[in-house]
Design a binder for this molecule. Structure first.
Ligand SMILES: *[C@@H]1O[C@H](CO)[C@@H](O)[C@H](O)[C@H]1NC(C)=O
Ligand SMILES: *[C@@H]1O[C@H](CO)[C@@H](O)[C@H](O)[C@H]1NC(C)=O
Ligand SMILES: *[C@@H]1O[C@H](CO)[C@@H](O)[C@H](O)[C@H]1NC(C)=O
Ligand SMILES: *[C@@H]1O[C@H](CO)[C@@H](O)[C@H](O)[C@H]1NC(C)=O
Ligand SMILES: *[C@@H]1O[C@H](CO)[C@@H](O)[C@H](O)[C@H]1NC(C)=O
Length: 886
């Protein structure tokens, strides 16, 4: 498996099509047990994000150890000590009602100590066990998931280069995730301070990654089989290499999802649960007086052990079980066989396989057409699943992708292809939704009232499409967008739309001569799998024969040529849609014949041109089941998270200050305790005594009141001692640096003298040759004065310094020596760099020759003192004969 080097990826920055909020793109494969993440940043090698402990996958957990919030494996591991405060498998709870028994009772089985509570939005929340403040201890699942995302965000921001904010996220979801679950993920991302660039279905992400390293001269069908902690899905995909439409001569890979099958009940977690229950029953049978299920910590330890044992059983036929002091002071020792575990999962076999058949059936393909079944997901390593699959697909079972990382890498490439900030191999993805979506509304006639349901998006409908529905209505009415009958056990209704102003609009249009105006609205299914109803209109043609004729043609029964919202050149699934429209047309009354034709997108030309024949209708949305979080709710959640963050940050700062003060105190105590050290030499006895006293005071304060002290106090105490110690430090440093500084400035003096000597020689030579001199006598006089001044200052200072003891403050500072030396040097350098004046009436070549030779020694003299020269700016430029200013 090649992982670290991905030579086929060409990441670079193209500013022209900048779409991201920042230059970084975060991809997250969010799982029930593990999170994998990857960040794309210009200049940072593309790879899976490493956790703090350098692991490539991050435990999908958040928890608290009393008041300290924990993440990843720390949060997971704390379950055995604080089972009420370690939150795992939260993915199950996203986008579900608190009253949803099916999910809450399952969750209570896998995490019996965790207290579920109902949020104000009727969704599921969790209450921490160890907290005095009951309300503050309650967190919605979205908030907890947001904390995990914020943790990942921080990891991503700390990778490579200058810290850059990460804003845009591509995140994987199971293909069968409902609107509510997708919304909950999306809300959590937003609470974490980021923005969802796209949700991508797990199998599709793996397919994208698969396509990155391969070409498909011929169309190939593969099934991506994803066995994860929270469910199983099978995605039937075709790959084909085609010519790029955007870049001439380049290739693109077309990825089309044809069918999806899934099962929510067969999951890695469910297998863990069954193994845990085998162990629990075994323990109880061995210790009949001690019921393990009554001990929260015991159950948490058993869960952890079951997960470990499951791994052992995937390579061995038997595993030994060993949990020290599991509960009731008992060390639990036992053995469990693979056979027993597999027998307990026998009823799941069907569930492992069904997604495959369903994917195949929904795609309308046969086994013969499928090239391979590609295994991904953590649970796909379980031999039980592999064996069951093998019995069905035989040697088509392929383990040629990295089961853990294919999805996150694919998500990153997918995001890159959307953002266009990063250039990767070109891909074109067409995905589908496996969930049936319908619109329902009440049809009233003189005789009866009935509810009409129109399947707008049957299972297998393409994402990123829009359909227009046309209804004949004269009064206000409601339409409900909901999942169809197949969405078993899950909330059905998504949103109810109330359309008002229908009567007025109808009358307005008819009064202006329109024939049979109709209500039209669009239902769209986004690329991320969100469904919505968009702006509704009343539409009627006013005296336009061709268009009326066209409109009439639409009401003729039978399938119409309908296309979908996007400009995709894909053939549309005409059949299923027209079937559904005919069906509802038949079931409706005559006077109000609903004509839910998904009309051609090309009709928009007519719609736009004939503005006067279109009246917009009011739409009010009433969310069903679980509404998306509104702005205020999200804001409040953000504030709660920010409060925890800032509390933790200030706690961390305080701890850092305390630790550093403590370390400082011990270091200072050591300094004061030693004899014959530079520290002692450079300090007076008086000073050491004062420091000792102050040190004792601060030590005492540390033991007595540091626990309740604030950050500033720690800093104050440190300053108190440091002020004294710094003086000694200063003396010591000055003494250390003195010899070098002295030698440096003396060298500068010497170099200056050499300069003056050479200038004088040149002047004499020039005068003899009748050439102009380079420097005026005043300039040279000035240099000499400066030199003498500096030498006098140095001599006097050095004399005085000689008389000083080590514990006395220095009279001549190395910093000043350096400054003077540098200044002098810079001045001379500036003069030296000046161009020699052009001689009058002589050829340049001879003058150049005559001036170089005699002063070769002087040049080498200046070069020797480069220590100073390098510290001055080299860019000084002087024009001929300009007066140098200093
Ligand atoms: C439409 O739905 C809203 C909210 O459920 C309800 O208040 C209203 O009465 C409904 N209107 C019609 C015309 O059914
Ligand atoms: C979910 O909760 C809402 C609000 O309490 C309720 O109206 C709805 O019927 C519930 N849905 C399900 C599927 O339980
Ligand atoms: C119809 O609506 C248009 C614009 O909305 C308005 O200008 C016009 O007066 C209306 N006509 C009638 C007959 O109500
Ligand atoms: C509906 O979809 C069509 C075609 O995709 C689009 O042109 C139109 O603007 C959308 N809105 C309405 C109100 O029809
Ligand atoms: C003296 O002349 C030589 C040769 O032209 C030159 O390299 C040197 O820099 C001159 N000395 C000074 C102090 O300008």
């Amino acid at each position: 498996m090649t992982r670290l080097t991905l030579p086929y990826v060409f990441l670079f920055f193209s500013v022209s099509l900048f779409q991201l909020s920042s230059a970084a793109l975060l991809a997250i494969d969010y799982g029930g047990d593990w999170i994998k993440a990857s960040v794309m940043k210009p200049g940072v090698p593309f790879d899976v994000l490493l956790n703090r402990d350098s692991k490539r996958k991050i435990q999908s957990s958040v928890g608290w150890k009393k008041n300290d919030r924990l993440f990843a494996s720390e949060a997971y591991n704390i379950a055995t000590r604080f089972p009420t405060d370690s939150f795992n498998s939260l993915k199950f709870l996203l986008g579900r009602n608190f009253t949803d028994e099916q999910i809450t009772s399952f969750y209570r089985q896998i995490a019996p100590a965790v207290e579920l509570v109902e949020t104000s939005r009727n969704t599921i929340g969790i209450r921490r066990g160890f907290n005095d403040n009951k309300k503050a201890a309650e967190w919605s699942v979205e908030e907890l998931v947001a904390m995990k995302f914020a943790y990942i965000k921080e990891l991503a921001e700390s990778v490579g280069g200058p810290a850059e904010k990460v804003k845009d996220v591509v995140i994987t979801v199971p293909p069968h995730f409902t609107q509510f679950e997708r919304q909950a993920i999306s809300d959590a991302v937003e609470i974490a301070g980021m923005k969802v660039l796209a949700l991508v279905n797990d199998g599709t992400a793996v397919a994208v990654n698969y396509a990155m390293t391969r070409t498909f001269p011929k169309q190939e069908y593969h099934i991506i089989y994803d066995a994860g902690a929270t469910g199983i899905s099978a995605t039937l995909v075709s790959f084909k290499t085609v010519d790029s439409e955007t870049a001439k001569g380049k290739e693109a890979t077309q990825i089309v999802v044809h069918g999806v099958g899934y099962d929510r009940e067969a999951s890695g977690t469910e297998m863990d649960r069954r193994l845990r229950d085998i162990l629990g029953a075994d323990f109880n049978s061995k210790h009949p007086w001690n019921d393990i299920t009554r001990d929260q910590k015991g159950m948490a330890k058993l869960w952890k052990e079951a997960q470990r044992v499951k791994h052992v059983l995937s390579v061995n036929n038997e595993a030994s079980v060993m949990v020290e002091s599991i509960a009731y002071d008992i060390d639990y020792k036992s053995k469990v066989t693979k056979a027993k575990f597999e027998a307990a999962c026998e009823d799941l076999h069907e569930k492992f396989v069904n997604p495959l058949y369903n994917a195949l059936a929904s795609a309308g393909l046969t086994w013969g057409e499928v090239e391979s079944v590609i295994l991904t997901g953590g649970a796909s390593r379980t031999p039980m699943i592999q064996n069951v699959l093998k019995s069905v697909v035989g040697n088509k079972l392929a383990t040629n992708v990295n089961a853990d990382e294919a999805a996150v890498l694919g998500a990153a490439f997918y995001g890159a292809s959307l953002s266009r900030v990063f250039k990767t191999k070109e891909i074109k993805v067409t995905d589908i939704s496996p969930l049936p979506l319908q619109v329902s509304y009440v049809s009233e006639s003189a005789t009866k009232t009935r509810t009409i349901q129109t399947l707008v998006y049957p299972p297998g409908s393409k994402l990123g499409t829009r359909k227009t529905l046309t209804l004949r209505r004269k009064e206000d009415f409601n339409v409900t967008l909901e999942y169809g009958a197949d969405a078993k056990g899950l909330p059905k209704g998504i949103v109810e739309i109330e359309l008002t102003g229908v009567a007025d609009a109808y009358n307005n249009l008819t009064e202006r001569g329109a024939v049979d105006p109709v209500v039209k609205f669009n239902v769209s299914l986004s690329d991320s799998g969100f469904v919505s109803i968009q702006d509704a209109i009343m539409y009627g043609e006013i005296k336009d024969d061709t268009l009326t004729g066209k409109l009439k043609g639409l009401f003729g029964a039978g399938p119409t040529s309908q296309t979908e919202g996007t400009a995709d050149a894909q053939p549309s699934d005409t059949e299923s849609d027209s079937a559904s429209s005919t069906e509802s047309a038949q079931s409706s009354s005559t006077s109000e014949t609903p004509a839910p034709e998904a009309t051609a997108a090309t009709e928009k030309v007519a719609l736009n041109k004939k503005d006067q024949s279109t009246i917009h209708l009011e739409m009010d949305r009433y969310f069903k089941n679980i509404p998306p979080m509104n702005y205020v709710e999200k804001q409040r959640a953000k504030e709660r998270l920010a409060a925890v963050d800032s509390m933790e940050a200030s706690k961390r700062r305080k701890e850092d200050a305390r630790n550093s003060l403590e370390a400082y105190l011990y270091r200072l105590r050591d300094l004061l305790g030693e004899t014959d050290t530079p520290f002692v030499e450079c300090s007076t006895e008086e000073e050491r005594k004062t420091m000792s006293e102050k040190l004792d005071q601060v030590f005492e304060w540390m033991f007595e009141s540091a626990d309740s002290a604030g950050l500033l106090e720690f800093r104050e105490k440190r300053n108190l001692l440091e002020d004294l110690e710094k003086k000694v430090q200063h003396r010591y440093k000055e003494r250390e640096a003195f010899p070098q500084s002295l030698s440096d400035i003396q060298q500068a003096h010497w170099a200056t003298r050499m300069f003056l000597q050479s200038a004088a020689d040149n002047a004499t030579a020039d005068a003899e040759a009748g050439l102009p001199t380079k420097y005026t006598p005043e300039e040279l006089k000035d240099v000499e004065t400066k030199l003498k001044e500096s030498e006098a200052w140095l001599n006097e200072g050095v004399e005085k310094q000689k008389a000083k003891a080590a514990h006395e403050d220095p009279v001549i500072l190395t910093a000043e020596m350096k400054a003077r030396g540098t200044t002098l040097q810079a001045h001379v350098m500036k003069l030296l760099k000046r161009k020699a004046p052009r001689p009058k009436k002589t050829t340049t070549s001879t003058s150049a020759e005559s001036s170089t030779t005699p002063t070769a020694t002087a040049t080498s003299g200046t070069e020797e003192s480069t220590t100073y020269i390098t510290e001055t700016s080299e860019s000084t430029q002087t024009t001929e004969h300009s007066k140098d200013e200093l």
